[in-house]
Design a protein around this ligand. Structure first.
Ligand SMILES: Cc1ncc(COP(=O)(O)O)c(C=O)c1O
Length: 419
């Protein structure tokens, strides 16, 4: 018979340091950016009517809830057993076939369902891409600034990140070439370049056609994959972005990532990777979560088949164009001479330069005025030493009334902090 423990198990565990158990990844990665959570993020503000311009979430008043409910009801009344059981590692074939048809038309390529794997949002896609392609110490080149969820995921897979600047034409390709050279000279291997070329989060910029071609050539010459994040590509205002990098490269060496989060709703948690069959096979091999919810995938297939998706996207383009124009006018009329910006041609975000004060001080003063947004440093790898010059405003879910008030509230904030 074993002797009784000297201490109660609860006492033993309460005196044990959790860090002894954590993986290297859990020890390395910090908590997510508060803005990744979307609408819930708030700095404390005394204002009775705060304007939240923080998270990239769709317009709440336009969510197609009724159409989704009807699609779900049809799925459950027709074949509940199929939608309510395991669905396989690549995800529901019909939805993959629907995506293949849509994306083939968009990219001018002949894709089929085996060029697609479905995941838990674009985030799930990226996580699995990292699992399939990265090993400890590999290098990934990203935009600087970049969507903070991406950089967290890559760091979580123990890869090293090199940030390359973004200007009005998108990611600097000479910067990518220099980063490749630097990594190679240190004996490191660059596995992929991640970029969000259309209406980028956070800057709203779009990569020029010339740079797309240059990036394809550069990466092919160095045998480096391109991960093209097309989260906002369909949400243009007047004109679509240039052809995708995937289309320009004929699919060679490119994994294109898409999501229903911004074109429908973030709560669906469904995204896809479009890639060569070889790459899709690699992604399937390292997937251990038994797939994405078949019930939601069947519902989405039904929603799209019934013709609800394209008219919804068209309506959203008009709504976001009006929101963006309202914000632009408000900043232009209400907040000069403190902001400098280029109006984006699509997406959810406005990126502006703060004139005369650092963005962290502007963000704190704006919170007192009831205007909530993250400082631009949130989107850089080195949040402490990055020049504190810019701010991202998300206009997608703020009302037109609120967007029109942003300029004057921001000006009041600047007046408190400018030298
Ligand atoms: C550029 C970009 N990629 C990916 C995502 C992740 O979206 P989800 O996982 O909801 O598809 C986001 C969300 O804000 C984003 O802005």
């Amino acid at each position: 018979m074993s002797s009784p423990p000297k201490k109660a198990p609860a006492d033993i565990w309460s005196q044990t340091d959790i860090r002894d158990y954590l993986s290297e990844s859990a020890l390395t990665v910090g908590a997510g950016s508060p803005t990744d959570a979307g609408a819930g993020w708030m700095l404390p503000t005394p204002h009775p009517d705060p304007i939240i311009a923080a998270g990239g979430i769709p317009d709440a008043g336009s969510l197609p809830a009724r159409e989704i409910q009807e699609a779900l009801e049809r799925v459950l009344s027709r074949a509940p057993d199929v939608a309510l059981r395991y669905g396989g590692v690549l995800g529901f074939e019909d939805l993959r076939a629907i995506l293949a048809e849509r994306q083939s038309a968009m990219d001018g390529l002949a894709l089929d369902q085996d060029n697609f794997i479905l995941h838990n949002g674009g985030s799930g896609c990226l996580d699995n891409i990292c699992r399939a392609f990265l090993t400890h110490g590999d290098v990934v080149i990203t935009e600087g600034p970049a969507y903070s969820g991406t950089t967290r995921a890559i760091r979580g897979h123990m890869a090293e990140l090199i940030e390359v600047a973004v200007d009005d034409d998108g990611l600097s390709i000479s910067g990518v070439a220099a980063a490749i050279e630097r990594a190679n000279s240190e004996g490191k291997r660059v596995k992929f370049v991640y970029l969000n070329p259309d209406f980028q989060n956070p800057t709203g910029t779009t990569l020029s056609e010339e740079r797309r071609l240059a990036l394809i050539e550069l990466c092919a010459n160095h045998r480096i994959l391109i991960v093209e994040d097309s989260t906002y590509s369909e949400l243009f205002f007047d004109a679509p972005p240039p052809s995708s990098i995937y289309a320009m490269a004929g699919g060679a060496g490119v994994l294109r990532l898409g999501t229903f989060s911004k074109i429908i709703a973030t709560g669906l948690r469904v995204g896809w990777v479009q890639a060569s069959k070889e790459h899709i096979d690699a992604l399937g091999r390292v997937r251990f979560d038994m797939g994405t919810s078949p019930l939601i995938l069947h519902t989405l297939a039904e929603f799209i088949r019934s013709g609800s998706l394209d008219p919804h996207i068209e309506r959203m383009r008009v709504i976001y164009a009006e929101k963006c124009a309202t914000l632009s006018e408000s900043l232009h009329e209400g907040c000069q001479p403190y902001v400098r910006f280029t109006k984006p041609g699509g997406g959810f975000f406005f990126w502006f330069e703060c004139i005369g004060a650092p963005s962290k001080e502007v963000a704190a003063a704006a919170a007192e005025e009831g205007l909530l947004f993250p400082p631009g440093t949130t989107f850089f790898l080195d949040k402490e030493n990055t020049p504190d010059t810019h701010v991202r405003l998300a206009f997608s879910n703020a009302s037109l009334r609120h967007l029109a008030e942003i300029g004057p509230r921001l000006k009041a904030a600047f007046l408190k902090v400018v030298d």
